[in-house]
Design a protein around this ligand. Structure first.
Ligand code: SIN
Ligand code: MN
Length: 198
């Protein structure tokens, strides 16, 4: 697992926010639910061949936006190239993502401890880009009960995890409200760029 600090300049961050807003024009943010019906505390959307979602059928990848029933927009080339470059920097060569999950954290949003376990290809790393407000990111290992390391992820930072850390437990415990004015309406955006299909 590698945290690449300040990977994006403020201008690049602003461009990527515009890219995300373009994705959300085609595939609007929505609030997924757990299998039992409880709503997530983040809103999500996706770009790519498939998009990650959760509802009464559980966690999975689907080919269409659950609301619009349209295919997800493509991952913009620059976003895929950024992820490939970050993966290469972290030592994972040849990363070709097929999905980009976008998480939108507003006031009080969090993401509970989980593992990214729904991808068929576990040899590829996960590339995670932070935009907007700083968050507290908790990253552990094979056990849900820890031990963990707590990181503050700031706008422009990129986390790459793969290899022995590929299935590590992780979550976002807190958003530090108002630490960045980058995201219209406030809060934080995260792009989680993955290879989901084999
Ligand atoms: C996630 O792992 O689902 C999101 C991570 C983040 O928002 O930084
Ligand atoms: Mn995750």
């Amino acid at each position: 697992m590698k945290v690449i600090r300040d990977r994006l300049t403020r201008g690049e961050q602003a461009d990527l926010v515009q890219t995300v807003l373009g994705i959300a024009d085609e595939a609007p943010f929505y609030t997924p639910t757990m299998r039992g019906g409880a709503p997530f505390r983040v809103q999500i959307t996706s770009a790519g061949v498939v998009g990650w979602t959760s509802d009464e059928l559980g966690y999975r990848y689907v080919r269409e936006h659950p609301g619009t029933k349209r295919p997800w927009p493509s991952i913009p080339d620059r976003t895929a190239d950024l992820a490939t470059a970050a993966a290469t920097y972290a030592g994972f060569l040849g990363f070709k993502p097929d999905t980009c999950l976008v998480n939108l954290y507003r006031d009080g949003s969090k993401r509970g401890l989980h593992r990214d376990d729904d991808e068929l290809d576990k040899t590829a790393p996960i590339v995670s880009v932070s935009l907007g407000d700083t968050c507290k990111f908790r990253f552990g290992g094979a056990s849900k009960s820890g031990p963990f390391t707590d990181w503050e992820l700031r706008s422009g930072d990129i986390v790459v995890f793969g290899g022995p850390s590929r299935l590590a437990w992780h979550g976002v415990s807190k958003i530090l409200r108002g630490t960045s004015g980058l995201v219209p309406g406030g809060g934080r955006l995260n792009l989680t760029i993955r290879k989901a299909l084999a």
